[in-house]
Write a protein that binds this ligand. Structure first.
Ligand code: SF4
Length: 117
């Protein structure tokens, strides 16, 4: 009788481990897929917010008549809101979550990065 109960406990425990492991594997797979979906993508110039802010991948292509606040020395790479590391061509920006802006880009929210000339 005791052996029978112990065997039943053992089988239940093993079944629970299999189900638990399967759930863990499924969870890891789902979070990998979610991470792939959440991967940062290049901001498109026709993104609604980008358009509203006049974002351009190339600051040199900004029309000064259309954007009179733009100055030739203003780029995403010297903006206070840019993220990432110096030297990276595509970097995060606090205004565009999960998107990457071009280091040579610009938008009308440009703010001089602290410590730059
Ligand atoms: S806020 Fe700054 S870093 Fe972000 S897109 Fe505009 S200029 Fe570039």
């Amino acid at each position: 009788m005791t052996d029978s109960i112990n065997r039943r406990h053992l089988l239940r425990g093993a079944a629970g481990m299999v189900v638990g492991t399967a759930g863990l594997v499924a969870g890891v797979t789902m979070s990998r897929n979610a991470m792939a979906d959440d991967a940062f993508k290049h901001l498109e110039e026709d993104n609604a917010t980008a358009k509203a802010l006049g974002y351009h991948h190339d600051s040199k292509a900004v029309d000064p008549k259309k954007f009179p606040t733009h100055k030739p020395e203003q780029f995403c790479h010297n903006c206070q809101l840019v993220q990432g590391k110096d030297g990276e061509q595509w970097r995060g920006c606090t205004l565009f979550p999960k998107k990457l802006v071009n280091a040579d880009g610009w938008c009308r929210s440009w703010v001089k990065k602290a410590g730059t000339k």
